[in-house]
Design a protein around this ligand. Sequence first.
Ligand code: PHE
Length: 466
Amino acid sequence: MENEKKERNSFTGSLGFVLAAAGSAVGLGNIWRFPYCAAKDGGGLFLLVYLVFALTFGFALLITEVATGRKTQQGPLTAYKFINPKWGWLGIFSFVVPFIIYPYYCVIGGWVIKYMITYIIGKGSIAVQDGFFGSFIAGSWQPIVFTLIFAGACFYIVYRGVEKGIEKYSKILMPILAIIVVFIAFYALFLKFTDADGVTRTGLQGAKIYLVPSFKGLTVRGFLRICLDAIGQLFYSLSIAMGIMIAYGSYMKKDVKLEKSVNQIIAFDTGIAVLAGLMIIPTVFVFSGMDGLKTAGPSLIFVALPKIFNSLGIFGYILGALFFIMVLFAALTSAVSILEAITASLIDKFNWSRKKSVLVMSAATFVVSLIVCLGYNIWYFDLTLPNGSVGQILDVLDYLSNNILMPLIGILTCILVGWVCKPQTIIDEITLNGEKFGRKWLYTAMIKFVAPVLLFVILLTGLGII
Ligand code: PHE
């Protein structure tokens, strides 16, 4: 036990921590969900609301988790116990959520690998054929094999440890991802297309729809809807309430400036999301008009975008390959963070070695991944969820974690930190080295009052009550 404690992994410094945490935050949510929400909710207005919430609500929850990890030096399963001995049970929730998310995240990661390979070998034209996506995910063995490849890569990185695995790969993958996003976003601005009706649309027009706030027909109800969408997106995008940031915080050195690092993570995550919007909205608008922009969900990147790449000829294949490489990097660094969160929990709870923990967790989650894959095959069903959407096993797991468990953990964390052990516990950790904490009052107000109320509304919406 003593050895394990002495050898606790750590990030080498501030940059390693920020890039790894940004790697977790930047994921599929930034690439398909953020642009879609922005388009639906009046472009620039959504961006503005999102930014305000990111710097207040998002900031408060994120810094609470990172500080909890660094203060307790524990993974999510055991960290709460060290904050307050009576609240240890909250750790179980924080352990269960990533355990539910990881298996289906690996399945989607497998889909991304399939598309990436299809483009790299120059077969992009097959990817646009009707039914390509549907018949691929319903296949009996291909989705399982690609899931295995993706999960294998995550296993390898987490097995290598925090510094030689997670930090090292985040430092390589995140800058490449940022460069590709900037490149494609810039390219999208110059697209131009005339459709069958003779209407010509340009990338710049698309960018305008995305960036300029539209107040046309805006009602109070509509504005509240935008606020709720922004908070929901933020919550998912910053990887909050999954124990991940507790695990990463526990590997942070005590001399790293906490507030500054958290600001940098938020800036990175929001920056990539905004750029992803600049890449996707104009592209989809140019080729499919306003109707195309309404396509939501995973199908946007797996069905709508391939059509666009196909219409660009040879250059489209290169763009498509680059795009899916980027999505793969985003998904990989996020998945790695989830696996790390559950691995860290086992290491701290049972004093297992990293190797044993990651092996056991990988094996257990792969069984669930298998079930998710078969949910499109022999175990196919259509289930209507309380929030009205219809889905298969993957959607049920997603609903359970994102709409129910995560807001619940958020609320409980606010009660614990805001009322039971008081915000000062976290503020002390943030100002450990005498740093000034400028947003102290804002933080206290958020964690005690604003955040729990907002989260409660999100939970009620998820349950279909409002
Ligand atoms: N934050 C990630 C995103 O924006 C999503 C994620 C979910 C990451 C679960 C880790 C764990 O896509």
